[in-house]
Ligand binder design. Structure first.
Ligand SMILES: NCCC[C@H](NC(=O)CCC(=O)O)C(=O)O
Ligand SMILES: NC(=O)OP(=O)(O)O
Length: 315
């Protein structure tokens, strides 16, 4: 694997999930990351991504450097040909080239602005690092995707699945802030590659991008969507159609136990952080049905297998 910026960078999905699961059981003796450095750049906050990726790198023997570039670094310019006489002190051309001398892999978190759809879809930050770095680049959640999360989600579903072809429902839920579509996008793309029946449920006005949904069923009635579900993946996202907006929704979309009564005793997932009793009710998060903690643990093994494959490719 040369980079991991979207799940299309995975060619043997079954193999990568199998390897992640075996890394979870037993860490290999030979450490492919010895003498190598991972540099992680955060333009936005993080708990899981930051610590699970650091842990994964260390399990492989790597050194890790982390920088909150959004707050601690020079403000970066990404436009080509910019006359930099305002607030931006450094161009990504120099920043990425310099970092490539310090690091063997560069990982970047950069959320969307949620104001300009075309700009967000151009993945300017991630793609600039990819273009101007001379080392592999890993996506730690970008404007449109969160592929490390989606890989951890796939591992978690496989670990908990009891049936041949599970029904997996991605449910929109309310949130006071405008959030990226990134987690939902990568989850949908991942599920489309697995042996599952995927249904997306969201209020009118919250349909994900057509190039993500493809022919995946969208059910606007949440309780109907939950019928016979084996997995319910809950996530808020802001509107794609009214780009970046939080729309007025009439019905209550918070996921609680009552809504899950006609599911197949569904396991409930969320990438975290989750706002209790807004996105998911306490009675679900504190029940046996919730697998969110196990899901977060799998972030380590998703990151480990990705870093391992990149290191093996550049050896
Ligand atoms: N990486 C996991 C989710 C990150 C982000 N959530 C958030 O920003 C939630 C913040 C809050 O609840 O205030 C998102 O939805 O993409
Ligand atoms: N799920 C996830 O990416 O969590 P953080 O935002 O805390 O990294």
């Amino acid at each position: 694997m040369k980079n991991y910026t979207s799940i299309s960078d995975i060619d043997d999905l079954e193999g990568i999930i199998r390897e992640a699961r075996s890394l979870k059981v037993k860490n290999p003796e030979s450490r492919v990351g010895t003498g190598k450095t991972l540099g992680m750049l955060f333009f936005n906050p993080s708990l899981r991504t930051r610590l699970s990726t650091e842990k994964a790198a260390k399990l492989l023997g790597m050194e890790v450097m982390v920088m909150n570039v959004g707050t601690d670094g020079w403000a970066l310019e990404f436009e080509d040909g910019a006359v930099m006489n305002s607030d931006k002190a450094e161009h990504v051309r120099e920043a990425a080239a310099v970092l490539s001398q310090y690091c063997d892999i560069i990982a970047v978190r950069a959320f969307p602005g949620l104001k300009d759809r075309e700009k967000d879809e151009s993945e300017q930050v991630l793609n600039s690092f990819k273009k101007y770095a001379s080392v592999p680049v890993v996506n730690l959640e970008s404007a449109t995707g969160h592929p490390l999360q989606a890989l951890a989600d796939a591992i978690t579903i496989q670990e908990n699945n009891m049936v041949k072809r599970p029904k997996v429902v991605l449910s929109w839920a309310p949130h006071p802030k405008a959030l990226p579509q990134s987690v939902a996008n990568s989850f949908v793309e991942m599920m489309q590659r697995l042996e599952v029946d995927l249904v997306i449920t969201n209020p009118e006005g919250y349909d994900l991008a057509p190039n993500i949904r493809k022919d995946t069923k969208v059910e606007h009635d949440q309780e109907k969507a939950f019928e016979d579900a084996d997995f319910v993946y809950v996530k808020n996202w802001s509107s794609y159609e009214n780009y970046g907006q939080v729309l007025n929704v009439q019905k209550n979309w918070t996921v609680d136990q009552a809504k899950l009564k006609n599911s197949n005793n569904a396991k409930v997932m969320h990438c975290l952080p989750v706002r209790r009793n807004v996105v998911i009710a306490d009675d679900v998060l504190d029940s046996e049905n919730s697998i969110v903690i196990q899901q977060a643990n799998n972030r380590t093994f998703a990151a480990q297998v990705v870093l391992k494959r990149i290191l093996e490719c550049t050896k």
